[in-house]
Design a protein around this ligand. Structure first.
Ligand code: NAD
Ligand code: ZN
Length: 482
């Protein structure tokens, strides 16, 4: 197969976009599913406008949906609804749009959704839906039998047009970012990799021995080749990526599936970003760090002698598959690394988060700020200190331990309680050279004049603030054993 790009290959490379990064996020589903409320909640989280198509239509027609139905009939209503959908989905910037329960009956609405939106089915049980809808003035919720029949009729339509299914705000955010949180997802990789083109499986040598065979089986006929990279940080080297490129036999219709920890997904994602000027990739993180952090958000990178992550690209994965079952084989030492990032995420969110919730929180910030120019920097909470300690320890300090200490410093400078971090991570001061740590912190990029920019936590959530150098230095000193 040649690597030239003929018209045929352009067609093959036309992968459907499975995230809402630059598109509208449409919520569909039955009456009483909670689409309106979810649209508002998700829009607030990802910094977009929420639009409720039914309310908009009522505003335009100057009558309630119930009256519209009664006076002008369903057919005319569907025509008005489709016209409004057409207009709304043509507008930018991308919004979160809740559609009426029957909108997808109209073929034109379905094609508008396919072209212009990432569509999420808000799933609801028929009994729950009925209990919510029965005492409203919704025209199609006046008779229980009719309601239940409609529910059965519409289900196949919803599934046909939906790119993903969700039943809460985290689920919608995950879907918007192209993330599938699914226990046993590894076994379904063949279906979860978008499209039907060939796949190159890229994994690290250790993960290959543990989960590789199951991934290969799951990919079935689509598997074109398997490549194992050195385990851990050693994967993030240009010569490793270069060898991978030389081995790949994919055209632009192909997809790289990256199965491994953050180091592997960083390297394989970068390989995908540059191969043939960019082919799709799927991230399947196998570490806790990967599932709550590194596997999400499209930052890819390798290391050079001048520093970690200095060469990279933004290349959003076509899909992320988070399968917590993969973590059962993770050594305790590695799990602790991820715990530090999970606790960091809890502090940022201001509430307890499991793996799914932490992944959704990171996805939220990345959707709001895909290019890392604003709120995404919040994810650096504690990291200015962590990086300084790691450098002073010649990187002989696990990142998670450094982050745990860094979180202490950030909380202290924020005037907040450190109980949660102490209880969950129990950070102990490290023995490194104070002056080296301080010099490393000063070399870090987050400086403005004599003050140092830090992510801190307030009652209203995270914020970035410049703090005087001497305050920062004493916070750093407290993390170092004398
Ligand atoms: N791109 C991003 O946004 C981002 C964010 C955070 C971190 N990172 C990067 O992630 C890297 C750290 O990732 P990490 O902590 O996942 O480490 P890692 O990828 O180095 O993996 C750690 C070790 O765990 C092994 N392993 C992985 N999955 C396993 C499993 N399921 N069972 C048993 N062993 C398993 C690996 O073989 C490796 O030896 C760093 O390079 C960091 O720069 C990137
Ligand atoms: Zn980190």
């Amino acid at each position: 197969m040649g690597a030239g790009v003929g018209p045929e290959q352009l067609v093959m490379s036309h992968h459907k976009v499975l995230n809402a990064l630059d598109r509208h996020l449409a919520l569909i589903g039955f009456m009483g599913a909670g689409k309106t409320t979810l649209a508002e909640e998700v829009a607030a989280r990802i910094g977009r406008r929420a639009i409720d198509a039914d309310r908009l239509l009522e505003g335009r027609a100057q009558i309630s949906i119930g009256t519209f139905f009664a006076q002008r009939g369903e057919t005319e209503f569907r025509v008005a609804e489709a016209a409004l959908a057409r207009d709304t989905f043509r507008q930018s910037p991308p919004a979160v749009i809740a559609l009426g329960g029957g909108a997808v009956k109209t073929p034109e609405v379905r094609s508008t959704l396919r072209e212009r939106a990432l569509t999420v089915l808000v799933d609801v049980d028929v009994d729950v839906a009925w209990s919510r809808a029965k005492d409203t003035d919704r025209p199609l919720a006046q008779d229980e039998q009719l309601f239940r029949r409609l529910y059965d009729e519409r289900r196949p339509l919803y599934s046909d047009v939906a790119d993903a299914v969700a039943d809460d705000a985290d689920g919608v955010v995950l879907a918007a970012a192209g993330i599938r949180y699914e226990l046993g997802g590894l076994e379904r990789l063949g279906e979860l990799v978008p499209g039907d083109g060939p796949v190159a499986l890229v994994t690290d040598s250790r993960v290959m021995g543990i989960h590789g065979a199951r991934a290969q089986t799951a990919l079935g006929d689509r598997l074109r080749s398997t490549h194992d990279l050195p385990a851990g940080e050693a994967a993030k080297q240009l010569h490793v990526v270069e060898r991978l490129w030389s081995e790949l036999r994919l055209d632009r219709g192909g997809t790289i599936v990256a199965l491994g920890g953050g180091a592997l997904t960083d390297a394989a994602g970068l390989a995908a970003a540059l191969y043939l000027r960019g082919i799709p990739w799927v991230s399947v993180p196998t570490t806790l760090v990967g599932q709550v952090d590194a596997g999400i958000g499209g930052k890819t990178a390798i290391d050079i002698p001048q520093g970690k992550n200095l060469v990279g690209a933004f290349h959003w994965p076509a899909r992320v598959v988070i399968d917590e079952a993969l973590l059962t084989t993770l050594p305790e030492r590695e799990r602790r690394q991820g715990e530090a990032e999970r606790i960091k995420t809890e502090l940022l969110a201001g509430r307890a988060l499991d793996v799914r919730g932490a992944a959704a929180y990171k996805a939220t910030l990345c959707l709001r700020d895909p290019r890392d120019q604003g709120v995404r920097q919040w994810l650096n909470l504690g990291h200015t200190f962590a990086h300084a300690l790691e450098a002073a320890a010649d990187f002989d300090l696990p990142h998670g331990e450094a982050v745990a200490l860094g979180l202490l410093a950030a909380l202290r400078l924020s005037g907040r309680d450190t109980k949660r971090v102490v209880a969950a991570l129990d950070p102990k001061p490290v023995r490194v050279d104070r002056e080296r740590a301080w010099q490393a912190l000063l070399r870090d990029k987050k400086r403005s004049g004599d003050a140092i920019n830090l992510v801190l936590l307030g009652d209203g959530g995270p914020y970035v603030e410049a703090r005087p150098a001497d305050e920062v230095r004493s916070a750093l000193d407290r993390l170092i054993a004398s």
